[in-house]
Design a protein around this ligand. Sequence first.
Ligand code: FAD
Length: 281
Amino acid sequence: MNKPIYSFEVFPPKPDAPVESVSRCFAALAALKPDFISVTYGAGGGTAGGRLTCELAARLKEEFGIRPVAHLPCISYTKEEIAAVLKDFAAHGIQDILALRGDKSPDRPEKHDFHYASELIDFIRTKGDFSLYAACYPEVHPEAHSPEDDLRHLKEKVDKGAGHLISQLFFDNDHFYRFRERCAAAGIAVPIEAGIMPVVNAAQIQRMVSLCGASLPRKFTVMMQRFGHSPEAMRDAGIAYAVDQIVDLAANGVDGIHLYTMNNPLVAQRITESVSGILGR
Ligand code: FAD
């Protein structure tokens, strides 16, 4: 029986906040000994976002001995810009990249060198020996024409070289199980980590769900209604809900758990303590 992978996601501080502001968070997360920590791509024009992601990923590796995975979205960048970011990653010893299309936003015009993550995967493979990860969507990507189309495009990413998938967050494990079965039937045989987001405040959930379209099971909405007004109760309930999801996923042989930490090490710590035996850590 394979031990599930256990990993975290962090994001860079806002451009006007000092990078030091995340140092304490990184130290606390690193102490929980995840298999890797992924760093989202920071906001900023040109390659500024990439430099920040690179700097933080390098710190995780050098200061804390944690394997970093750098996120890299492509639609708002030219090939030259992406090549410069990749050079920076390589120079800092960052070998693991989550290759992404990026969300479409009027604030970030598309540059039309890349249209899909699969094109970025092709491009990265011409630029060095990186380990490639890709995103997947148990409830189907919101812009996909159909679930079948989405799965076909996911398979393209794997066939082109993504050796590891990380899922969008979800609150109903059944979506994940059905998706995993469809992946297996389509011949997708790489590890699929389940993305788990502990919801510890009511404001967070509205923003997240409108962004990613995750469906909310009754058990979850009842919890929000009952505890959403109380920060302490919501924190405890959100942690318990995430733990419950992880226990069920582990019991069903999940390849890995990717915890969206929202840079909150206390929440990650409580969850990790609750599931370490279950995950064999
Ligand atoms: P793709 O795999 O390119 O798919 C996008 C859409 O296009 C899908 O609907 C797919 O079905 C369709 N498609 C794919 N290929 C084709 C094709 N050849 N022809 C027609 N249709 C096609 N965004 C950031 O900006 N920064 C981050 O750090 C970040 N981190 C993320 C981490 C995870 C784990 C996840 C799940 C998402 C993250 N995102 C991030 C958001 C991501 O950029 C968006 O979800 C984006 O809308 C899709 O990215 P993708 O790489 O999955 O796209």
